[in-house]
Design a protein around this ligand. Structure first.
Ligand code: SF4
Length: 311
């Protein structure tokens, strides 16, 4: 069961997320379409690096799949648009968000790198979301270039001003994520510059994060001391994002294909899978063993934890 042999599956999970609890994920892009190429990206290198907005995937396709997935899903905290790249590059994102809200009462969140909010049509598309979770990893052009490796023609100040202007108009929850990476943006000077940007943007919450899942093995999380310093510096709205939600789930079931689909989206641990689908440890191990033996997935160790990822 190689990835290429499976039809496109745009709705996945629910997956445990450190910021959104259990969310039904929606992937509105072909792999991996983004205007950035962050060194810490869980998905690996950006293969389609672009600023071009277009209907990469149609809203109807997404909404048909979402409608079916919602019928079989329980205990969902959010429908979250994220997936294989930057969701705001899809010009049908607004129609998808509004359609998702017509389908169910589950709140809709968009996880975005936040770089395109200066575009009026992007900002308009996001207005119907209950929560927007943009990133801001750098406050100096040098750190932005080194850490997020943007497509040419994307000045950092334009990105920050886009976030500031969006906040003024957007009524939903704005949860800003700052990913701190050792040697890239963890100096005191860069943290202070980030603090100045956060004060301009005025998000409802600042999620301080650090990479924990395998990407480039040379990329290291910021030290606990730096994370603690950032929390104090960023102020009372800052939260340290550490472990996945551990909310207990009802016993459930999953097929090998559903588990493989989750693993293809991002590297996960056996515990993530157990929590996501409500499976016992032995059931997860049986599914994982089969997938590893068939060559569909592979296991690798990082920071003392065993992660599974697509082969
Ligand atoms: S913005 Fe997100 S999808 Fe794009 S490269 Fe960065 S981490 Fe990966």
């Amino acid at each position: 069961m190689a990835r290429g042999s499976r039809g496109p599956c745009r709705v996945f999970g629910p997956v445990p997320s450190r910021r959104l609890g259990y969310s039904l994920g929606v992937d509105a892009l072909p792999f991996k379409t983004c205007d950035l190429d962050c060194v810490y990206c869980q998905l690996g290198k950006t293969t389609r690096k672009t600023l071009e907005r277009k209907a990469y995937v149609r809203a109807k396709e997404i909404l048909d799949e979402l409608s079916a997935a919602l019928k079989g899903s329980r205990d969902i905290d959010f429908i979250s648009f994220s997936g294989s790249g930057e969701p705001t590059l899809n010009t049908e994102l607004g129609a998808m968000i509004r359609g998702a809200k017509r389908l169910s009462k589950v709140p809709v969140a968009v996880i975005t790198n936040g770089t395109l909010l200066w575009q009026p049509d992007v900002a308009r598309d996001l207005m119907a979301a209950d929560a927007v979770l943009p990133s801001l990893d750098a406050a100096s052009p040098a750190a932005f270039k080194k850490l997020d490796r943007p497509v040419p023609g994307l000045p950092l100040e334009k990105v920050v001003q886009g976030l500031v202007d969006f906040r003024k108009r957007y009524q939903g929850k704005l949860w800003l994520e700052v990913m701190l990476v050792k040697g890239y943006n963890d100096s005191l000077a860069e943290l202070r510059r980030l603090k100045a940007c956060i004060d301009r943007i005025r998000p409802d919450r600042v999620d301080i994060n650090s990479p924990v899942r395998p990407s480039d093995s040379r990329v290291r999380p910021a030290s606990p001391a730096v994370l603690a310093r950032a929390k104090v510096l960023f102020g009372p709205k800052a939260v340290l994002i550490a472990a996945s939600s551990k909310k207990a789930r009802q016993p459930g079931k999953a097929t090998a294909e559903q588990v493989a689909d989750m693993i293809f989206r991002r590297p996960v641990t056996a515990e993530d899978i157990a929590h996501s689908f409500g499976l016992k440890a032995a059931e997860v191990q049986a599914l994982l063993s089969g997938l590893v033996h068939s060559g569909t997935i592979r296991a690798s160790r990082r920071s003392g934890k065993l992660f599974y990822r697509g082969s």
